[in-house]
Design a protein around this ligand. Structure first.
Ligand code: SAH
Ligand code: SF4
Ligand code: F3S
Length: 472
């Protein structure tokens, strides 16, 4: 799931207090980058850095980048161009600004970034950002590039944020539990940018979730490029499955909601499916990317399952949890994709009926097998297919939202609404829900009767008491 551009928490120091150093962090790409950006801010806090909401007054700007598609990767260079202008202005006024490139472009391009964008002061990959304070100090005399896959575990050394910081980030939090990927789908850069699959030990995750819960967090989304391939060391010395991990986390009070993303269909084992049956805290919504409905394309993509196997899996999960809803990622125009292959994808979408979907035109990525394949598809054909696919998935999403009218759903309120007097939150299916209610409900879960739907959000009325008391 790829939100386009997300700025991290901008809670503190809006005026840019001259006594403190300020950092502006911008995240591109997936939720894991959002989590990493927060942890970068945590790493820099003891060194005196406070987050600011704009690059203009920042002493340090970090671009936490994404390499998944060409467009995402290229965006970084135009952003650096804009920052260089801002930095030059600051220098003329006697100040300065350091520019750091982090994330997956940093990992993939390393030194090349310094050649292409000399304004950049330092480059740091996703596995070494715990070394940021050191790298920033070094960057005053040289331009360090740190894209190692180090032996030390960054999670073991990253400092925890202050309680107020956690509260400011809201009642829903991400926690990375697994990183990297060994699947090597032929279109994908992730195995190269994030390295081999590794899992955090159970104890380290439990400690982080307990800390978040103690600060008022009510919903945890467990993150991993292949989160359901989780196999972290348990307290009994055995490798635990994700199913076992969610059972353990569901016991932490007062966490009321658990989610995990992104899953690979091949790693949906029985312990995880049973967790959906047995744990009310595990939300009945699963992002389970299939990419294509054509067995031929799935094979060339190296997805290692057929469309029938995927559909059987969906059935099995629905059997365990009948109110389960699904979302997926799709790629159109993978090399060799014929009209018939594309039609097979549309048929699969009709069969499953998704409540949301993310779809992309295939983007050939340097170093991946797909980029060298014959039969690359014309951009025009890709655009046509994407429009058809999106009109189908958007129709399904609207139908699902419309069918929500009259239902009462638990909503976790996490922010103020669009208009004064409104607050907003998320349903179990991640639908945005707006209600007229007091701001004191933010940070709690309450039942909401859905009354109307807008273009992308639902409206309703709070129809009962909150399920959990808010932690102040
Ligand atoms: N680990 C997840 C996906 C991570 S990447 C999985 O296995 O499903 C997120 C999404 O970006 C993918 O699901 C895919 O739909 C899309 N994507 C990845 N590489 C791409 C490429 N080269 N071109 C277009 N879309 C791509
Ligand atoms: Fe990429 Fe495939 Fe790994 Fe997902 S499973 S991160 S798509 S290589
Ligand atoms: Fe992008 Fe890296 Fe995430 S390539 S999608 S930021 S793992």
């Amino acid at each position: 799931m790829i939100p386009d551009e997300i700025k991290t928490d901008r809670s503190t120091n809006p005026q840019g207090d001259p006594g403190t150093k300020t950092v502006f962090i911008k995240s591109y790409g997936c939720q894991m980058n959002v989590y990493d950006s927060q942890r970068m801010a945590d790493t820099l806090a003891p060194a005196g850095y406070v987050e600011t909401s704009s690059p203009d007054n920042a002493d340090l700007v970090i671009l936490n980048t994404c390499h998944i598609r060409e467009k995402a990767a290229e965006k970084v260079y135009s952003e650096i161009g804009r920052l260089r202008v801002a930095r030059d202005e600051r220098r003329r006024a006697g100040g300065d600004m350091q520019i750091a490139v982090a994330g997956c472009v940093a990992q993939a391009e390393g030194e090349e970034i310094l050649r292409r964008a000399p304004a950049v002061d330092l480059v740091v990959g996703p596995q070494t950002y715990h070394r940021l304070p050191d790298l920033i100090a070094k960057a005053r005399s040289a331009k360090p590039v740190d894209t190692e896959f180090p032996i030390e575990d960054k999670f073991a050394v990253l400092p925890a944020p202050r309680r107020e910081k956690t509260l400011a980030r809201g009642p829903s939090a991400f926690v990375t539990v697994q990183e990297g990927c060994d699947k090597f789908c032929t279109f994908c850069v992730v195995p190269y940018t994030r390295g081999a699959e590794t899992s955090r030990p159970v104890a380290s995750i439990v400690a982080e979730v307990e800390r978040l819960a103690g600060a008022g967090v009510r919903e945890i989304s467990l993150l991993g490029q292949n989160v359901n391939a989780y196999h972290g060391e348990g307290p009994d010395g055995r490798a635990w499955t994700l199913g076992e991990l969610v059972h353990r986390l569901a016991r932490i009070d007062p966490i009321t909601r658990l989610r995990y993303t992104t899953s690979h269909p091949r790693d949906m084992d029985d312990s995880l499916i049973e967790a959906h049956r047995d744990l009310p805290a595990l939300m009945p919504f699963l992002h389970l990317p299939v990419q294509s409905g054509s067995d031929r394309i799935l094979d060339v993509m190296n997805r290692k399952h057929t469309s029938a196997e995927y559909l059987r899996l969906i059935e099995k999960i629905r059997h365990a949890r009948p109110d389960m809803a699904f979302s997926s990622d799709f790629i159109v125009g993978f090399p060799g994709e014929s009209d018939a292959d594309f039609e097979a994808t549309l048929r699969l979408i009709e069969e499953v009926s998704y409540v949301s979907a993310y779809s992309f035109k295939y983007s050939p990525r340097p170093g991946t097998p797909g980029a060298g394949m014959a039969d690359q598809i014309d951009e025009e054909v890709k655009a046509e297919r994407l429009a058809r696919l999106q009109s189908l998935t958007e129709g399904q999403q609207k139908a699902f939202n419309h069918a929500s009218i009259g239902r009462t759903m638990d909503v976790l309120f996490d922010r103020k609404g669009k208009h004064p007097g409104q607050i907003a939150g998320r349903s179990p299916y991640l639908q945005a829900v707006q209600v007229e209610a007091d701001e004191s409900l933010i940070g709690t879960v309450a039942p909401v009767e859905i009354t109307t739907t807008g273009a992308w959000s639902l409206h309703g009325i709070v129809s009962g008491t909150t399920l959990r008391e808010k932690v102040a």
